[in-house]
Design a protein around this ligand. Structure first.
Ligand SMILES: CC(C)(COP(=O)(O)OP(=O)(O)OC[C@H]1O[C@@H](n2cnc3c(N)ncnc32)[C@H](O)[C@@H]1OP(=O)(O)O)[C@@H](O)C(=O)NCCC(=O)NCCS
Length: 175
């Protein structure tokens, strides 16, 4: 569990399904995402796939963000433990639309980055973003990520070939 001033970040659980469905099924807000659930069943399958072990090489682990004030789930953060040596991770964040623009993503993704570098000893963290996803680009630049690559039409998302920008940060870049 990771705590920030306004939130608690913990592993996803089955009882979270309805709250996750409510914001993840918003296809307009999540138009740059590869996964948009069409039913609660999709969310249940997504939760079932979460590994039991955190920090397992070659796995995606899903965390949820709970706002302390309301005790409600306001979003989630996925961590991809990329390689077998387990020194590199990928990160992704989705917030409920009703909570955008209040600094919750900066606060929580920042705390997870800090955990990955300083508690788990990661060397490098990356994130993959659609170039049209301006709020996501603003978020990672605000956090200090560096743009390292722009791949042309390298991902097929919702039936459309889209570009992919890779941002990265080294442990030595983190404050
Ligand atoms: C990507 C995403 C999480 C960013 O959310 P966000 O609300 O823009 O980011 P934050 O929560 O950090 O809020 C930052 C904004 O709040 C403002 N803000 C207000 N209080 C703040 C505070 N205490 N600290 C920092 N920023 C604050 C900032 O000025 C900034 O405003 P701006 O967007 O006008 O520049 C969100 O757009 C999202 O969920 N999108 C859909 C899912 C998605 O595409 N995810 C990316 C793929 S991994």
């Amino acid at each position: 569990m990771i705590e920030t001033k306004r939130t608690i970040i913990r592993p996803i659980e089955h009882k979270d399904n309805k709250q996750i469905y409510s914001y993840r099924s918003d296809s307009e807000t999540n138009k740059y995402q590869g996964w948009i659930p069409k039913s609660l069943k999709d969310v249940n399958e997504f939760i079932s796939k979460n590994p039991t072990e955190f920090n397992k090489p070659e796995s995606w682990f899903q965390l949820v963000i709970i706002e302390r004030e309301t005790d409600k789930i306001i979003g989630d953060i996925g961590i991809h433990f990329i390689d077998n040596d387990n020194f590199q991770s990928e990160i992704g964040c989705t917030l409920s639309k009703i909570i955008h623009g209040k600094g919750f993503a900066t606060e929580t993704v920042g705390a997870v980055i800090d955990y990955l570098f300083n508690k788990l000893g990661k060397h490098r963290i990356i994130t993959s973003i659609d170039p049209e996803n301006k709020s996501s680009i603003n978020l990672v630049e605000r956090l200090g990520f560096r743009k390292e690559a722009h791949f042309k039409q390298s991902l097929l998302i919702n039936g459309k070939w889209v570009d992919d920008i890779i941002y990265a940060m080294l442990k030595s870049d983190w404050k």
